[in-house]
Design a protein around this ligand. Structure first.
Ligand code: SAM
Length: 286
């Protein structure tokens, strides 16, 4: 396969290799937490039996494995990610569920090594904002869709609507005194501003572009549960936190705990979260 490599991309890809085991460990919880967004993506593209589907930047494959059940034996789903360990996790999950219509591949979202017009539907949940050139990635998605085919993308909405993750970024930034992610680097909120995702789709020649917000709150039973899960999954931050001296990590933890205290209730913490789901159709004549 062809992967575009340069030092920035190598670094961006490597952080996902480091957290892949945690994504495998928490795959079931990731399926449940993302179910509302997955449903919104399916509705946006009218996913149906027999569809030929590609999922990009799939992590442990929540969207693609669920889609495989919808498209049935007459359809097919290619579930892909840049990180081979993520792909292996998905392959194992597909096998365990007996999903014979799923294949897995290592694919780069910025350079999709598939022929033009290969798929009816393309999904990408929480991946597009992580690449250096999301406009090129959306053009690639457009290219691999058949005329009339549809894509659905999900990205995180603005940080102020995503306390579940923003609290960690704020605490790290406060302790280190530097912006996380650094200016110019892609990150979870790179495409969060209202209308940006939809504009990327229009610029790539998609028609019938629509976008909507989908609430994605995170419930955890305790602060300790939040601390054990969120930093372990947060690609670039996981390695950074591991590399810090213990007293700095403790300060970050204390600061995040104070920040999240407002959301504590009798049965744990209900932390706000919000995604943007956008869809578009490749014109029948292009
Ligand atoms: C935040 S996780 C989202 C995983 C999954 N889509 C989900 O919603 O649960 C981001 C995923 O994007 C993958 N990724 C990062 N850069 C990529 C690229 N250039 N091409 C394909 N996948 C990429 C990472 O390996 C990781 O699995």
């Amino acid at each position: 396969m062809v992967v575009i490599t340069d030092p920035v991309r190598e670094q961006l890809h490597a952080v996902w290799a480091a957290v892949a085991p945690s994504w495998g460990e928490h795959a079931g919880a990731i399926d449940i937490r993302g179910a509302g967004v997955t449903r919104a993506m399916f509705d946006a593209v009218d996913l149906a039996r027999g569809d030929q589907v590609l999922e990009l930047a799939a992590g442990p494959g929540s969207v693609g494995l669920t889609a495989a059940e919808v498209v049935g034996p007459g359809g097919s789903v290619v579930v892909s990610d840049i990180e081979p360990q993520m792909v292996a996790i998905t392959a194992e999950r597909a096998q365990r569920r007996g999903l014979a219509n799923v294949t897995t591949r290592v694919l780069d979202l910025e350079h999709i090594e598939c022929p033009a017009a290969s798929f009816d539907i393309v999904f990408c949940r929480d991946g597009l904002m992580l690449v250096p050139d999301p406009a090129a990635a959306v053009r690639e998605v457009h290219r691999v869709l058949r005329p009339g085919g549809r894509a659905a993308f999900a990205v995180w909405a603005e940080r102020r609507h995503n306390t579940w993750l923003g609290a960690l970024l704020d605490a790290v930034t406060a302790e280190l005194g530097v912006a996380i992610p650094p200016p110019g680097m892609p990150g979870p909120f790179s495409l969060a501003e209202p209308g940006v995702l939809e504009e990327l789709l229009r610029a790539a020649a998609f028609a019938e572009v629509t976008g909507r917000d989908v609430e994605t709150p995170l419930h955890v039973r305790s602060f300790d549960e939040w601390w054990s899960v969120v930093p372990a999954l947060a690609g670039p931050l996981a390695s950074l936190l591991e590399s810090l001296p213990a007293e700095m990590t403790t300060a970050i933890r204390t600061s995040a705990q104070a920040d999240l205290a407002t959301f504590a209730g009798a049965d744990g913490y209900d932390l706000p979260g919000m995604s943007v789901v956008a869809t578009g159709r490749r014109r029948s004549t292009t």
